[in-house]
Design a protein around this ligand. Structure first.
Ligand code: DX5
Ligand code: ZN
Length: 220
């Protein structure tokens, strides 16, 4: 399996000093930068769009992991690629033509992921799994940081890892997002997750390096 990656979500950062916040988590040992885009329609909250990413992306060497919690994501793929995304993840529930959207992302030369809300089973994406670089298993209902981890999602992670192993897809990423901390990380990693998104557990801590290290230490 891939080495475990920690992906702080800038949703919980101080937006007044976003550039400095990103530089700090980069120095603190983060692997990926998780960018939560919300439109107030697909989820009941609004964050920011491609212009904000475009302002900060040139200043970081982190892998830019964009999580689109928006309707009609196909209309914004080009903008987010231009803004610096390395991976774009769309929600299965937001795409009527999911296969088309996945291939549109890949045509733009970036990696493609699909996110599953807690109520969406793995079977909903069975026909496109082979086309994906990553599945994002939501471990909370998307929309807000700081919510409680839903333990039942551990089994979904396991189903996906079993599928990837059976197919020999060793580089396939399984990302988890929501309620991830030093208490919950080991549960999902043992089930097969390799990318851990954490918002409040990292940006809510006074010492971000310590917070990242404590998640890593919890995995042993
Ligand atoms: C939830 C977002 C998450 C969120 C996680 O809708 O997709 O990335 O920032 O926040 P925590 O880690 O605080 O649950
Ligand atoms: Zn997210």
């Amino acid at each position: 399996m891939n080495p475990i990656k920690i992906a702080p979500s800038i949703l919980s950062a101080d937006f007044a000093k976003l550039g400095a916040e990103i530089a700090e988590i980069e120095r603190s040992g983060a692997d990926w930068l998780h960018v939560d885009v919300m439109d107030g329609h697909f989820v009941p909250n609004i964050t920011f769009g491609a212009p904000v990413l475009q302002a900060v992306a040139p200043h970081t060497g982190l892998f830019v992991d964009v999580h689109l919690m928006i309707e009609n994501p196909e209309n914004y793929i080009a903008d987010f690629v231009k803004a610096g995304a390395h991976m774009i993840t769309v929600h299965a529930e937001a795409c009527v033509h999911l296969h088309r959207v996945i291939h549109l992302i890949k045509e733009h030369g970036v990696k493609a992921g699909v996110a599953l809300n807690p109520a969406t089973p793995v079977s909903a994406i069975a026909e496109v799994l082979d086309d994906l670089d990553m599945v994002l298993v939501m471990t909370v209902n998307p929309g807000f940081g700081g919510q409680a981890f839903i333990p039942r999602m551990v089994d979904k992670v396991k189903q996906l890892r079993d599928w990837a192993n059976a197919k020999g897809h060793t580089a396939f990423h399984i990302e988890v997002d929501g309620g991830i901390s030093a208490t919950t990380a080991k549960l999902v990693v043992d089930a097969g997750a390799d990318v851990l998104v954490a918002g409040s557990a990292i940006f809510g801590a006074p010492d971000r390096a310590k917070a990242i290290q404590s998640i890593r230490d919890s995995l042993n």
